[in-house]
Design a binder for this molecule. Structure first.
Ligand code: SF4
Ligand code: SF4
Length: 456
């Protein structure tokens, strides 16, 4: 079977992969911590409001936060316990946001186990209607677990104004270091396939393409074999794609797998595509078949600076500190903790920050890695080499946008240079020989525009 990727997208970069620390480590279930801090903003869209009160007893899977907004996703308790507080807590991206703090009931403290062993080739997708699948996805509070966190029901539900024709499944995991999706593909193959087929049914599409980067030949082979076992009735194919960052970006994956372009400032349904990540598909299968909400996920705890790197099945709301302790602590050389991977993740200083639905990894970097990083080097003047333009997968002009932001000409950045089309992948900063933090300027510009809009 072909495992070499022929397909890709223009631009992008190939940073050191760093997958060796955790890719060979099977998924391990973590014991429940004594307390979880469940953030009420774990998705794109309206944050949830708490629907429990201090001192309430909560059951695992119970709704603890919800919102009436169309673009939002319910939040559930991952454990049995008592609500200790409803308060502000550190968020990996947003500073401090509201959270429900739950003390875990020590008498019912068995950790939740994955359900992957209960799926096999005989899974019958015809038992559920599209409406039932969409309802289960909504009730389970499922969001895109690849990083974006867009509520999955909004993405998948059929929309007569924008009919979908293809489901593209993201099995790329192009972010360096992270291996949680890779392990999910290897170990939960039938659950992921069940979720993919249910998603296709819910979205009303028959054509399914699974994009997997060619640095994961075992995952490509395992999915090809599973699809062969299913028989020829469904139009499902694995598409090996080239290993390149950001191959897992929605727009880049659509280009690689389907050779179609999503127009600038537009979304995949406009051209009939629906994209879901493999971990999201697994969560959908669990929600539809067992009625389980999204309360746990696999996270890669990885890098040179953590004693026992691996892939861990954790309750959402567990703190970074608990994960560090479970993994044997930091090495003496530890210098930086990134929530996510090194390209798109966020450095954090507060180890009480809890895990959310969209966090697929924690990367621990050493002092040497940080000091030698190009982002630690002195910034010099732009030499107009054009490397940032060549690397930009969205064909933007990063240096022009950054200059406009620096000069506080946000309207120029936006209207002349299409700042909002930036997917914040970091490729431009990565290749810049002058060490200019282009992505940082662009992110700041987008934030300032968003603030100004809010004020208006
Ligand atoms: S401008 Fe945006 S999309 Fe283009 S390379 Fe830079 S961060 Fe990525
Ligand atoms: S890569 Fe850096 S030095 Fe080269 S054109 Fe872009 S901003 Fe200037």
């Amino acid at each position: 079977m072909e495992t070499r990727g022929k397909f890709s997208f223009p631009g992008g970069v190939h940073p050191p992969e760093g997958k060796q620390y955790s890719q060979g480590r099977p998924i391990e279930v973590i014991p429940n911590p004594k307390q979880v801090v469940v953030l009420l903003s774990q998705h794109l869209g309206a944050p949830c409001k708490p629907v429990v009160n201090k001192k309430d007893t909560v059951k695992a899977g119970q709704v603890i936060g919800s919102s009436d907004a169309f673009v939002s996703a319910a939040i559930h308790s991952p454990v049995n316990g008592t609500v200790k507080d409803i308060t502000l807590a550190p968020h990996p991206v947003l500073g401090r946001t509201m959270a429900v703090v739950i003390d875990v009931d020590s008498s019912q403290n068995e950790p939740k186990l994955p359900v992957a062993g209960r799926f096999d080739a005989k899974f019958d997708v015809s038992k559920w209607t599209s409406e039932q699948i969409c309802r289960a996805i909504k009730d389970a509070g499922i969001v895109g677990m690849g990083g974006a966190g867009f509520p999955a029901r909004v993405k998948i539900e059929p929309n007569p104004a924008m009919p979908k024709t293809i489901l593209i499944v993201n099995g790329c995991e192009c972010e360096p270091f992270l291996t949680c999706d890779y392990r999910v593909m290897l170990e939960w193959t039938w659950q992921v396939l069940a979720g993919i087929r249910l998603t296709a049914k819910a979205a009303g599409v028959e054509k399914i393409r699974i994009g997997i980067e060619d640095n994961k030949p075992e995952a490509i082979t395992i999915f090809n074999n599973a699809i062969e076992t299913l028989g020829n009735e469904e139009d499902i194919q694995v598409v090996p794609v080239k290993t390149k960052y950001p191959q897992g970006g929605e727009r880049q994956l659509i280009r690689a797998v389907w050779n179609k372009i999503v127009p600038t400032n537009s979304i995949p349904p406009v051209i009939g595509a629906c994209v879901v990540n493999v971990a999201t598909a697994a969560a959908i299968a669990e929600a539809v078949v067992f009625g389980n909400p999204l309360t746990h996920r696999v996270v890669s705890v990885t890098g040179r600076a953590i004693c026992k790197p691996g892939n861990y099945y954790c309750p959402l709301g567990i703190s970074v500190q608990e994960l560090i302790d479970y993994c044997g602590g930091l090495t003496e050389t530890a210098a930086k903790v990134v929530m996510g991977g090194p390209m798109m993740g966020f450095a954090i200083a507060d180890f009480s920050t809890p895990l959310t639905k969209t966090n697929g990894g924690l990367t621990f970097l050493t002092r040497k890695e940080v000091t030698e990083s190009k982002f630690n080097q002195t910034q010099t003047a732009c030499i107009r080499c054009g490397r940032c333009l060549a690397a930009c997968p969205e064909k933007l002009n990063p240096t022009k946008i950054a200059h406009a932001v620096k000069a506080n000409k946000l309207d120029v950045a936006q209207e002349q240079y299409f700042m909002s089309a930036c997917i914040e992948c970091g490729c431009c900063s990565y290749v810049c020989p002058a060490n200019i933090e282009l992505t940082g300027y662009i992110k700041t510009g987008k934030l300032l525009v968003a603030r100004a809009r809010k004020k208006a």
